[in-house]
Design a protein. Structure first.
Lengths: 258, 239
């Protein structure tokens, strides 16, 4: 019991230090943080403009979705991706570099659970709080209040799927230190997530968008095309796959000191 | 990683347009047919692949690690270094782009349906590549003033790609944003050359060439200015 309380205390201390460190980083590197947030929002605006132009150009025949559904999709995507990136941002940034430098042993030797690193490496809320705020506002603006709870649960489920996908894609870095998909993955997610492809019959578009289908599925939940239970089940499966992959790679990890 | 970074950002909007065209009868958007869309995105991808060399990251690394000292002591100009770095990448990416074009030909899709298109491409592409190279060198110079320049790089490069027409043809932009795209040099790097190649017409080529030459001169002078000011700013152990 005493050991359990000590572990919890240690964990909470590490979380507090992480929050202080990364929030203080905001003031220490204000220009750089502002530039990054600016870049992220430029990407979102570019994607929004693409969807807007495509919607206008096709005379509203945008994969069968109405204007409100498209805006709700955009808001839901922002909300869900903000949540997901808040969780995994630091983890994906640093995992490959930590393994390559040989510091992964320290991660494994710390008394806190390995997956808590997902929260400790960076407090992603510094970077992604605008996503959650703007996404929530768009969803609340376009959907009736009776659908808000469903929308936010669907958003959380989509965020969980994205977390599972990102962790699964990044985990091989434990075995192959040169595997560093962080930048490419972020680019892919930012460019692809704004187009609702749930109703397209184009196989290639579905294949290329497979990493961002969770948002289209969440939209289908809101439009009544899919059950929320199915989306939550997919989220749990995604996290389970990430857990299994992580366990495998950690168990098979070797280094000069182990 | 090139597939994620370079290919997917172009492939995804292209496939989205193809999927939209399949759900709409007689698909025409501002005079663009779906074949023209495909040609446009392939051409902009080729321009991007041939010209985007990430030399700005190389310059940034040299500045931040202090290795620039070695280059300053050598009789090699930074511009020569950037050009040689880019030429090497250009040689490799030319092979990749040739494979893409041949692959599309095998699938039955021809990017170039006439000799005029090929001649237009040979006329406008070289200066597009030079323009983008100078822009990336210019961006790399920011590292003299910023400790962490990756955010600035990302913002500027995204700005380049969007207002250059890499994500969406410039003529499809909303009317209120087109004036901004019109005054930037990027339209002469991606959008206008790609549209000229798609149309297979020499009508706009003089304007494109004039714009490219003018902006190359302006950006070159600005790059030299930044380099000289940056060196005054630069500190390193032993310098």
């Amino acid at each position: 019991m005493n050991t359990f309380i000590a572990d919890i205390g240690h964990t909470l201390t590490m979380l507090k230090w992480a929050a202080v460190l990364h929030v203080r980083r905001w003031s220490r590197y204000r220009a750089d943080v502002a530039l990054w947030i600016g870049s992220i929002w430029l990407t979102i605006l570019a994607q929004g403009l693409f969807v807007f132009s495509a919607y206008q150009a096709t005379g509203g025949q945008f994969f069968g979705y109405s204007q409100k559904e498209v805006v709700a999709f955009f808001g839901l995507t922002l909300f869900a991706t903000g949540l997901a990136q808040i969780v995994v941002h630091g983890f994906t940034l640093r995992l490959a570099n930590v393994v390559w430098r040989g510091d992964f042993d320290f991660w494994l030797l710390h008394p806190i659970h390995f997956f808590l690193r997902v929260f400790l490496e960076d407090v992603g809320i510094v970077w992604f709080w605008p996503h959650v705020l703007v996404g929530t506002s768009l969803v609340a603006w376009t959907l009736p209040s009776s659908m808000w709870l469903t929308a936010f649960i669907a958003g959380i489920a989509a965020a969980a799927i994205e977390v599972g996908i990102i962790i699964s894609v990044c985990m091989p870095a434990i075995k192959w230190g040169r595997w560093n998909p962080d930048e490419g993955l972020w680019e892919y997610l930012e460019r692809s997530r704004s187009i609702p492809v749930g109703r397209t019959k184009n196989m290639w578009l579905l294949i290329v968008s497979c990493g961002v289908l969770q948002y289209s599925l969440a939209l289908e939940v809101l439009t009544g095309g899919m059950s929320l239970i199915v989306l939550i089940s997919i989220a749990m499966a995604s996290l389970a796959i990430a857990w299994i992959l992580a366990s495998y790679f950690i168990r098979t990890y070797t280094s000069a000191s182990s | 990683m090139f597939v994620l970074n370079g290919v997917l950002p172009v492939v995804v909007p292209l496939l989205a347009w193809i999927a939209l065209s399949q759900s709409v009868d007689n698909f025409q958007v501002e005079g663009w047919s779906i074949d023209q869309f495909i040609t446009y995105y392939v051409v902009t991808f080729i321009i991007f692949a041939l010209s985007f060399t990430s030399v700005h990251s190389q310059i940034s690394t040299l500045i931040h690690t202090g290795q620039l000292n070695f280059w300053l002591l050598r009789p090699v100009n930074m511009l020569e270094f950037a050009i040689s770095f880019s030429a090497a990448r250009f040689a490799v990416m030319s092979i990749f782009c040739a494979v893409i074009v041949i692959f599309l030909q095998v699938l039955g899709f021809s990017i170039f349906t006439s000799w005029t298109q090929i001649l237009v491409a040979l006329t406008v592409l070289p200066l597009s590549i030079v323009l983008l190279l100078l822009l990336t060198i210019c961006i790399g110079m920011i590292s003299f003033w910023l400790i962490e320049a990756e955010g600035a790089f990302a913002a500027i490069l995204l700005f380049l790609q969007f207002f250059g027409g890499l994500i969406l043809p410039l003529s499809l932009f909303p009317y209120w944003i087109q004036p901004l795209a019109a005054i930037l040099p990027l339209r002469f790097a991606f959008g206008m050359p790609a549209e000229a190649i798609v149309n297979g017409s020499f009508a706009d080529v003089p304007i494109i060439l004039f714009g490219q030459c003018a902006w190359i001169h302006i950006i070159y002078l600005f790059t030299v200015f930044l380099w000289q000011r940056g060196l005054q700013q630069y500190d390193a152990v032993g310098a």
